[in-house]
Design a protein around this ligand. Structure first.
Ligand SMILES: [Zn+2]
Length: 305
């Protein structure tokens, strides 16, 4: 069996590319521990499969009811927490900590149980800057959408995520961010990072993304290439976690022209239709975008390359 066939088989088993990458990263000693969500009916077979690698698997004492999640495309797993043995028979997702080192998996479990974000981040091998960022905004985000997109954009471009006027008064977009840090395709199961970067140009996250990219290249050059191409995109994002993916972006002043727009999110349907017709939008100085004379104040444009 070739590596590409093997990776495809894993994806089929785990039902997700992101989970496959996480498990491979642990197996190949790139990550010390992975935290993966598994639908509880699938958990016994997933756990025994992981143990056959062999990997250590520890299960959290709670499960996550993703139906309570406020956003389908947000990935921070905002969901109701129910005890594993409770929930009046309500089904949920189990949290598995997967590692070669049992102590490490137990430490991750204990840290999450205690809601100690810094220790959980350390156990999972997340960059310190990103763990601190997560810790700092965790409470605030719980009251909002729990996507961390607002602080992420604020940290990414302190001059304003949508750019600013230069000294000639012309609109200036921030430079494109590295595709390794593009977390906005997670709903399409395309993402190299398992944590939220503290900034879209976080160098530590870029390093993590490169490690995952090299791992993918080792397993399948063709899949790695597809991944890279998919992540090098323009995106329109909201802090609720809605992403619209833009093909063929070209920037002239404050105007972004596009070849195509798409989104997995039904809430974005009207705007996607407008963008598809207009093939362009304008960034507004106060934030937000203008499309066909309609203002969408909650969308921010970010380019990855
Ligand atoms: Zn960081």
């Amino acid at each position: 069996m070739t590596h590409t066939q093997r990776i495809k088989r894993y994806v089929q088993f785990f039902g997700s590319f992101a989970k496959t990458l996480e498990v491979l990263a642990v197996w190949e000693n790139i990550k010390p521990c992975a935290r993966i969500l598994v639908y509880e009916d699938d958990a016994p077979k997933t756990i025994s499969y992981l143990r056959s690698f062999p990997l250590q698997v520890v299960t959290a004492d709670f499960k996550i009811d993703l139906w309570q999640s406020s956003t389908a495309s947000g990935y921070s797993s905002k969901g109701g927490i129910i005890p594993v043995s409770g929930g009046e028979g309500r089904k949920g997702y189990l949290v598995l900590y997967v590692s070669k080192d049992l102590e490490r998996a137990l430490a991750a479990k204990a840290a999450e149980q205690a809601q100690d974000h810094a220790s959980l981040g350390a156990a999972l091998g997340y960059p310190g800057c990103c763990s601190r960022f997560f810790s700092h905004y965790a409470q605030e985000e719980q009251k909002r959408h729990n996507t961390f997109i607002r602080p992420l954009l604020e940290h990414s471009a302190r001059t304003g995520a949508l750019g600013h006027a230069n000294h000639h008064g012309a609109h200036q977009f921030p430079p494109a961010y590295p595709f390794q840090n593009n977390i906005f395709l997670r709903a399409q199961d395309i993402c190299l990072l398992s944590h939220i970067p503290c900034s879209l140009d976080c160098p530590k996250s870029l390093e993590e993304g490169n490690k995952m990219m090299r791992l993918l290249q080792r397993y399948s050059a063709s899949i790695a290439q597809e991944f890279g191409a998919a992540l090098k995109k323009g995106v329109l994002v909201t802090e609720e976690g809605i992403s619209i993916l833009l093909e063929g972006t070209a920037i002239t002043g404050a105007t972004v022209s596009i070849k195509a727009a798409a989104s997995p999110d039904p809430f974005a349907r009207v705007l996607v239709e407008q963008l598809t017709r207009a093939k362009a939008f304008e960034a507004l100085p106060q934030g937000g975008i203008l499309v066909e004379e309609m203002i969408y104040s909650n969308y921010t444009f970010v380019q990855f390359s």
